[in-house]
Every structure is written in structure tokens, then in C-alpha cells.
Design a protein around this ligand. Sequence first.
Ligand SMILES: [Zn+2]
Length: 387
Amino acid sequence: MIRAHKIRLHPTPEQANYFARAAGTSRFVWNWALAEWERQYAAGEKPTALKLKKQFNAIRREEFPWTWEVTKNASDQPFLDLGKAFTAFFEGKARRPRFKSKKRSKPSFYLANDQLELKDHHIWIPKLGWVNMAENLRFKGKVAGARITNIVDWWFISITVEVADRLPDPRKAAVGIDVGLNRLATLSTGKGYENQAFLKTALKKLRQANKRLHRRRTGSKNREKARRHVARLHYQIACMRDDVLHKLTTRLANCYGIIGIEDLHLHGLLKNRRLSRSFSDAALGKLLNLLTSKVQQRGGQVMKVGRFFPSSKTCHSCGWKWESMELSDRLFLCQNPTCAYYQLPQDRDHNAGLNILAEALRLIGLIDQVVTGIGSDDDVNLAVDAG
Ligand SMILES: [Zn+2]
């Protein structure tokens, strides 16, 4: 199994300068190779990454001697990346490779495993030396490679490691999750995870910083300062959000083997322009991705329930539907006189979580458990709480 650990770097100003030059070299070579690929393709030739690399090396000493000033990977890897990008594009899995821009693209460069060495909080980089890392590599195993990336004002290294496959026994417990904007996640066990309260404060700061940015004159030094401030805040908010999501999804994946969750219609959600909404939407999408990969890693299964499934409007016990239920109705009241929950207030999201669990189990084909889960006051859920 390949795992990646992203670590913040503490470069000296000279080292940061080297990173910027290496990333610049990488971008230059990528753009050179892409332009050449397009030109040859238009001329009816069949370009390949390997041919382009040879062609580049033939003129390198004459035309681009400065590309030798940094690690050789900075000018080798873009050819391999471009080859892979075109393969993915021809297979219909990715967009056509595009030119990298100095302003919009994230500066980065690759280091192959023979081009780096790790030692107590430090990484050795060719033609540079030892660079301080904020923490040690978390995984034990063979280092496959690394990529150094610039995000706003900071440099990070993401080290990929091949670790031994050791799948823990799959968890048998099942849970349904209702995700939402009011409460981030409500489990069918009744446990709720509140939406990040810090987001409110952080978004207020971000709004102020954005206002300041737009008051500054275009092209001025102060505008650049304000722009960096906004970028830093964006990144910090994303980090806080990711922290919450990682902790929640790891916890869920450790406890449950079968997880039912609503399939969110993200494209529709992302059209909303309000700042807080866009952050929440991004969080929900990320939650789904993280959860799926973590549960699969542990041998479990995430079952997505169709987004038209009426999880909120249906009584989980008898199936009675509250057709006129509004978003503002926080409590579900079943109006079926024969139901065990007749006029008993149920938390809206908890009821939805139970319905999602039942629907997920039905879709997987575990009908028997659905019957026990619902009929006998959720055995499945009770058994799970200990997990
Ligand atoms: Zn009912």
C-alpha cells in the first residue's frame, strides 16, 4: 500500500530560493515539453515523453544550461508526468494537459527516492544539502519518492512510502450518517458531530481581509500584501477544516465496517456563491472522499444512498411520510397511530441517519439486518456503540 505523509519544511532563505528555482525549472521544462508535444502532434508526428526528453537533452547544454543548477529531477520528471498526463487524457480519465502558469499553478518539483535521504528531522536534497523538517516521517517502509510544494508562504514535502499491507479485521458494525449544514454529521446511533464553530470566526476575518484587499490599488505593494493575507487565511481555514474531517473519518472508519451515507449532489451545491456555503460544500465533498478511502483501506464498505431517497421525511420505524416537512422542522413527529413512535419527537437528523442505514443495508442486500435493525429498536446500532 502506498501512503503519503506531508510535512512542513523550515528552509533557510537560501534554501527557499533553491526551492523556487527548482520549481521554476520544473514548470519551464513542463511547458517546453507540452509546447513541443502539441507542435509535433499538429505536424502529424507521434511524440512520446522519452523522445521529447532526448530532444531536450540534445539542446540543453546550448540553450538551457541553468537547468543543471538544481536537482536533475526538476528537469527529468516533467517528461514522465507529461507522458502520464497524456495517457490519462487519451483514456478519458483526465483533462488535456495544460500549460503551467507562474501565477496560478502551485510551484512544485519532484524528488526520486535515490535523490533524497532522511535523517532525524532533516532531508538531504542534491545540490542543496540538509533541510529541516517540522516532524519525522510517520510511516516505516520503502520511500517511493517525494514532491516539494509551495502553498502560500510555506514549503511542504509530501513523501510517499510503500508500507506493508496489513488489513485489520473488518469491523462488522454498520452505521448510517446524515450529513448536513446544521450539524456536520449525525449518526444513526444518535451521536452528533457539530459543524466547526471556528469557521464562523475565521470567515469573518476572511471577509474583512477581502474587503481590505479590494480597497488597495491594483498593482501596489499593499495590494500584494493584502492578497497574501487573504491566501494565508484561506489556507488556514482549509487546514482547520481538514483536521476536523480527518479525525472524524478516521474515527468512523475505525468503528464501522458498513457505512451508509447520502450521495451528495456536489455540482449543484457548489454553484452557491455564499462564502460559508462554499466552505461547507467543499467540506462535505471531502468528508465523502476521505471516508470512502479510509473505510476501504480497512476492508469495509461505504454505501451511497441516492440523493432522492427521502431520508428526512420518512419515519424510520413505520415508514410513514411527512410530505409537508420543512427544512426548519428540526423534530420529526410520526402521525401513524399504530407506530411505536406515534407523536414522539425524534431528532430530524437522527431519524434520517436511521433511514440511511436501513436503505444502505437494503442496497447491499442485508435485508435481515434491516428488519432487526428497525423492528427491535436498532440492535445494529446498539451493538455498534461499544466499537
Ligand atoms: Zn412511525
